[in-house]
Design a binder for this molecule. Structure first.
Ligand code: SF4
Ligand code: SF4
Length: 343
């Protein structure tokens, strides 16, 4: 006869999760200390972390919480369409949080139902997490956190984390055999284009390309760091791609639902010419960090990329964007025209 913890873990494995651990809610207490430490190390990150304060004390929101079930699902198995490789961060391409067509989304729902059928009261937040996920995963033995701040399992950092709080006292640590970072390695830090990752476990989120090209991208034309974005259009994987501990971990074995069909619309040229209706129907529901009204941010991201990796085929597109009805697109396009003497 299995314990309830073991039944949940077995169900998770059966569904295809790579890891599943369960910790008492008290183990989340150390997260608040880490959080404070992060802000002290990089004081300018304070505003950014304000939004995450809700994760500091899960008991304030869920006084009935007794344990946390935390899981890792690997996504490093999906084929990456050539046209988006290096331009759109992989965690966004293979985001399974709200995409009902994915097996991972369905597994999330199935596991929740299973726990409820076992008589547990559970709560999750599929989009933004119900607890500090990496901390919970570390405590549960799912993997380790590396100097680039990502949680790694044996599949590297290409894992999505999921968590539920429950109303039952439970504990079942997961096991992992993930080695620590090699002593002298600092490739992730040395490769960070904006120096957002400035030291081990130390980053300034508001200077990260992933922030500046997605939900934080409000003023790219005036953002000096935008010149360092290189090939990145939406998000950045550089500190993960260069990591030797990710070497050989991406397998490209399976098609991700709908991505091959959508990818032709996601070339730089096609994003710049994208119609609002197409964006709202096909693109925004997948890349939900930008709202239905924020196609302009994608277009500014693309113009930024076209400036950083300029070739002559971009000239008419950039010149044309100078007449765009959106002020920010015009501003970016015109500044590129002036800088590169395009007209
Ligand atoms: S995601 Fe990119 S910009 Fe952000 S810390 Fe990593 S390398 Fe730096
Ligand atoms: S690049 Fe090196 S230091 Fe950075 S996370 Fe990977 S192994 Fe650790």
């Amino acid at each position: 006869m299995h314990t309830i913890e073991k039944m949940i873990q077995n169900k998770a494995y059966e569904l295809g999760y790579e890891k599943c651990g369960i910790i008492p809610i008290s183990l989340m207490e150390g997260y608040a200390e880490k959080f404070k430490e992060r802000i002290e190390k990089v004081p300018k990150s304070k505003m950014f972390y304000e939004n995450q304060k809700r994760l500091l004390n899960p008991l304030a929101m869920y006084p009935w919480a007794k344990s946390v079930v935390v899981l890792a699902a690997s996504y490093g198995k999906y084929k990456i369409p050539e046209v988006v490789k290096g331009h759109i961060a992989k965690s966004y391409l293979f985001d399974t949080r709200i995409d009902k067509n994915t097996r991972e989304y369905q597994n999330n729902r199935a596991l929740e139902k299973y726990m409820q059928e076992l008589g547990l009261k559970v709560e999750t937040n599929q989009k933004f997490g119900v607890v500090g996920m990496r901390w919970a995963a570390l405590q549960a033995g799912i993997g380790i956190i590396r100097r680039n701040n990502f949680l790694y399992t044996e599949s590297g950092s290409w894992v999505h984390l999921e968590a539920w709080i429950t109303d039952r006292e439970m504990e079942l640590k997961e096991t992992n055999e993930v080695p620590q970072c090699p002593k002298a390695c600092n490739r992730c830090i040395a490769s960070c284009p904006t120096k957002s990752l400035s030291a081990p476990y130390t980053m300034s989120p508001t200077e990260c390309v992933s922030f500046l090209t997605t939900f934080g991208g409000r003023n790219l034309p005036q953002e000096p760091l935008s010149r360092t974005f290189g090939n990145c259009i939406y998000g950045c994987d550089i500190c993960q791609d260069v990591c030797p501990m990710n070497k050989g971990k991406w397998k490209e074995e399976e098609e991700f639902p709908g991505l091959a069909e959508l990818s032709s619309a996601l070339t730089p040229e096609n994003i710049l010419n994208m119609e609002e209706e197409f964006y709202r129907e096909k693109v925004q529901p997948k890349f939900f960090y930008l709202s239905a009204e924020e196609l302009w941010k994608w277009k500014v991201d693309v113009l930024c990329y076209m400036r950083n990796s300029y070739n002559e085929t971009y000239r008419p597109l950039i010149i044309n964007a100078c007449n765009n009805e959106n002020y920010k697109i015009r501003e970016m396009a015109c500044s590129i025209c002036r800088e590169l003497y395009l007209q």
